[in-house]
Design a binder for this molecule. Structure first.
Ligand code: ATP
Ligand code: F6P
Ligand code: MG
Length: 534
């Protein structure tokens, strides 16, 4: 990959591009037509855009079209939570025929272009008389695009923690832009958000990214913190970037959302799109995040090791700590996949150690029955117990995420102390912490396919002029989801749902819940599912 160095006179890289040659309006060579994206359905928006410009160039006049929470209502309780479009604040943008129509790979595919009214329901389990509910715009190529190939200057950035598949997504964005849309100028932002204003940028070509999907990590580098909206958008504007692909977790998508707001406020013809990345699977709405499957698979190796170690000695306990700050999906799915796990502890399911129904009693019972056992614990589990016994330091990372105490070490010591003091059993406990190993590996085959679909969908959406959206899988279909739906809350395991019940019946572990807890949890889950439209 070729590195473009920052200009000596400024931290912004003015040498990398000739921004004066950029034309953000129509190009006279291409016989543009003005698009009509009207719908027969009624549009209700909950905020109004200012469309103001701040005097920087190049700037396109904004408009006063409402843009936030674009909600379209239809018959029988149909609701489309639509995504913003460049034409919401830049009226009369020219359109161009999608170059894919001349691409031999696509022209043979019947109905390759997605119909403008295609939407995907959020909820697939329905009742006969229930409302049709919330829908999202279906992803895919549109007949008309809002960018000409030679006009596009795309930038890709990766932020937050690592996740298997990051390189595949980068590769596929570059290749989709080049091969489907003839876009030649694709740049990589180095080292996360701060790379927009503090680092050099890289030129990415299909050749330079050809093999990167075989490697873990991100070739662009990543970081936490450093999100300075104005500096980022200044850099986007000064470099002449008009498509921004932002790959990252919940924090990153919040950052993408404010970048979009600022871009829109300045009235720039810049599409801002997110691709959800989270090893913890804590992003709402989407079926699952890329890399999750790989992480669960990799976790099997640690669980297998814990099982081998524990069954090789008398009263052996294998303890594995897996990632999951607030959401225990990796622990839950790794447990379900393995069948060797006797107890899975996650942040969403509070547990206790002592007394009847507690963890120590269960461990003793399982050791008596089987002579060994395996415990899987998510890093965010039992934090309230830890802070009772260890003085909480309330440390944060650069993005403001709370730094957690090591629950694996803590619980290992607690179990050892308990058996030393209160039992005649001699236990042997092995603690395995594969934390970073499960996210530093390259993505597996199924995640690679998934990353490809996410990246291609995102590129199609951006070329079609959509902006302020995250590309995501909903009920097995690629969709465009407005940022506000992605960032409004975290996706967590619902312990009164069937999946957790399946786990409990597979491990036969205690639920650590009293009858009162169950009633309260069910009420909470019901409230949540009504809010979610489930
Ligand atoms: N509310 C916010 N507004 C603007 N930027 C944010 C916000 N929250 C986080 N960011 C920025 O997003 C980037 C990534 O955030 P964070 O470190 O929380 O990781 P993440 O995207 O949630 O990924 P993960 O938690 O899965 O590793 C950081 O550069 C951070 O500054
Ligand atoms: O050490 P880092 O890079 O901050 O990452 C650790 C955190 O990242 C996550 O994997 C989320 O990406 C959490 O599960 C974990 O707490
Ligand atoms: Mg996060």
């Amino acid at each position: 990959m070729e590195s473009i160095h920052a200009s000596s006179s400024s931290s912004l890289n003015h040498r990398a591009f000739d921004i004066s040659s950029l034309n953000f309006n129509s190009n006279s060579n291409s016989s543009p037509t003005t698009s009509s994206r009207e719908s027969a359905l009624s549009v209700i928006s909950s905020d109004s855009g200012s469309g103001s410009k701040d005097g920087r160039s190049p700037v396109v006049m904004g408009s006063s079209i409402n843009y936030k929470h674009k909600v379209i209502n239809g018959p029988c309780g149909y609701v489309l939570e639509d995504v913003p479009h460049l034409t919401d604040y830049i009226p009369d943008l020219p359109t161009y025929p999608n170059p894919l129509q001349d691409n031999p790979a696509y022209s043979v595919v019947k109905q390759y272009f997605v119909h403008v009214d295609d939407t995907v329901p959020q909820k697939v389990v329905v009742h006969k008389d229930g409302p049709r509910g919330v829908h999202f715009r279906r992803a895919g190529p549109r007949q008309k695009v809002y960018f000409q190939s030679e006009e596009v200057q795309a930038a890709i950035v990766t932020c937050g923690g690592l996740c298997p598949g990051l390189n595949t997504v980068i590769r596929e964005i570059v290749c989709s832009l080049h091969q489907m849309y003839g876009v030649k100028k694709v740049y990589g932002i180095n080292g996360g958000y701060r790379g927009f204003y503090a680092r050099n940028i890289l030129t990415l070509t299909p050749k330079s990214v050809n093999n990167i999907h075989k490697r873990g990590g991100t070739v662009l580098g990543t970081s936490r913190g450093g999100h300075d909206t104005n500096k980022i958008v200044d850099s986007i504007q000064d470099r002449g970037i008009n498509q921004v692909y932002i790959i990252g977790g919940d924090g990153t998508q919040k950052g993408a959302s404010v970048i979009f707001e600022e871009v829109r406020r300045r009235g720039l013809k810049v599409a801002v799109a997110g691709i959800p990345k989270t090893i913890d699977n804590d992003i709402p709405v989407i079926d699952r995040s890329f890399g999750f499957d790989t992480a669960v698979e990799e976790a099997q190796r640690a669980i297998n090791a814990a099982h081998v170690e524990s069954e090789s000695v008398e009263n052996g306990i294998g303890l594995v700590k897996l990632m999951g700050r607030h959401s225990g999906f990796i622990a839950m799915y790794a447990t379900l996949a393995s069948r060797d796990v006797d107890c899975c502890l996650i942040p969403e399911s509070p547990f206790y150690l002592e007394g009847p129904g507690g963890l120590f009693e269960f461990i003793e019972k399982r050791l008596k029955e089987n002579g060994h056992m395996v415990i899987v614990i998510a890093e965010g589990a039992g934090q309230e117990l830890l802070s009772e016994s260890i003085q909480s330091m309330d440390m944060q990372d650069a993005s403001g995420n709370k730094l957690l105490q090591d629950v694996g070490l803590w619980i290992s010591q607690k179990i050892k102390d308990h058996f030393a003091k209160h039992s005649t059993m001699n236990i042997t406990l092995k603690y395995i912490d594969p934390t970073y190993m499960i996210r530093a590996v390259p993505s597996n085959a199924s995640d690679n396919v998934y990353c490809t679909l996410l990246a291609q969908s995102c590129v199609h959406g951006v070329m079609a002029g959509y902006t302020g959206f995250t590309s995501g899988l909903v009920n097995g279909r690629q969709t465009y989801i407005p940022f506000y739906r992605i960032i409004e809350k975290q996706h967590q395991v619902v312990i009164t749902d069937r999946m957790w019940a399946r786990l409990l019946s597979s491990t036969n572990q205690p639920s650590f819940l009293t009858a009162k807890d169950i009633v309260e949890d069910k009420e909470e889950a019901l409230k949540k599912s009504v809010e979610d439209g489930h």
